[in-house]
Design a protein. Sequence first.
Length: 495
Amino acid sequence: MSILAYDLGASSGRVLLGELTDSRIVVEEIHRFSNDPVKVGERLHWDLLRLYHEVQQGLLKAKHMRVNPSSLAIDSWAVDFGLIGKTGELLGNPYHYRDWHTHGVMEEIQERQGKDFIFQRTGIQFLTFNTIYQLAAMRNASSPLLEQAKHFLMIPDLLRYFLTGEMYNEFSNATSTQLYNPLQQKWDDELLSGINIPRSWFGEVLEPGNVAGTIRSSVMTDLGIGAIPVIAVAEHDTGSAVAAVPALEHSFAYLSCGTWSLMGTETAQPVINDDTLRFNFTNEGGVGRTYRLLKNIMGLWILQEARREWERQGYSYSFPELVHMAEQAPAFTSLIDPDDELFLHAGDMKTRIRQYCRNTGQPLPETPGEITRCVLESLALKYRYILELTEQVSGQRFNGLHMVGGGIQNRLLCQWTANSIQKPVWAGPAEASAIGNLAVQWMTQGKFADIWEARRVIADSISVEEYEPAESEAWEDAYGQFRRVRDFLYIKDVE
């Protein structure tokens, strides 16, 4: 029996058809579409109704293949949301997390409620675009939507609601908002009160693996399809990606690599202490009430945005072409901290990279190859820095690193990561979020007893490429260079 996984990323979405045959997972991509933000005036939004249209197109393509899925589920990025009014309609277009409307709001809320107070109640990394600051920004702006709102739904919650008519919040996404208290296992009344947002908007929180409704009759009539259960999986795409890590040992480190890079480990309980606060780690919910102790890293967004700028200038480079040019460029000439605020918002990344290098007294990269090499080397070195911190805050030691997600198609980045951490890198699967989505659906149907059986089957079903570390002396020297560059700006900011 086939099932459908909708995996929505920050730049594209895909629909995978999954089958479990002879204890092997077989997947086929049946639909892919772009996910382009829309700027209106000074505000950046998601085109949510277009995404819902693409969800329906996936159902139609399955129908045309004469496939009757036994279930479906949706995962996406976190933090963003929509508000539903008293008539049950969506109020406005959801903001994009890279919109500027939250500028300065995080600092304001920290000063008002206390950084330690917020972290002790949520265990969530402080990021300027977290849901709590988006809602506070709307309150500061006296948004009329807040006066009409009755329900709060995150992106997969919204799409599920459009399909089923049922409103639920899902656990892995709820924890990312910095409004959910994992210790009390509920929405945090004090944090909501602190930003003057009604608790009544926030509904029941479903754990991954629960049925969240069935496709409503109007959708069945419009598309000419039968009833299909809709399952709440780990709807934060990183939660689904971690569910698909083909680890056979219970202590493992992972890197979900794409537009964002997310590195961490899986824990049975949230790790909320002085170290995780000081190093700005996060504790996001996962499958089976686990937690993802991790750090968000800016990821390949920087290179993606640089590539878009080159395209605007009339130069069209494929990612393989950029990687080839990077291989020809001199090594370790210039390095950046990918998480510097310079690189958060859309814009001319070449200029920003050069500005960072100028601020830190480094040579200025000029060519696309030099820019690409700077970004990829810096990412690999940042991965080592975060892996060492992950070992410190978790009290674990890892034999290597599992890399999953679309970024593993960049084999140079995988090899440089192994060189940087001086440990093996195991790369695969590339479609981790969608495969984790499928795995939880099969758990719901009783095909897998738990996530560890699912991971064993995933490991047997996919090809994992191993990268052995090399060039240890050169990368050790480069790591020292990276730390000096990073610490230079940090010390300068403190002064």
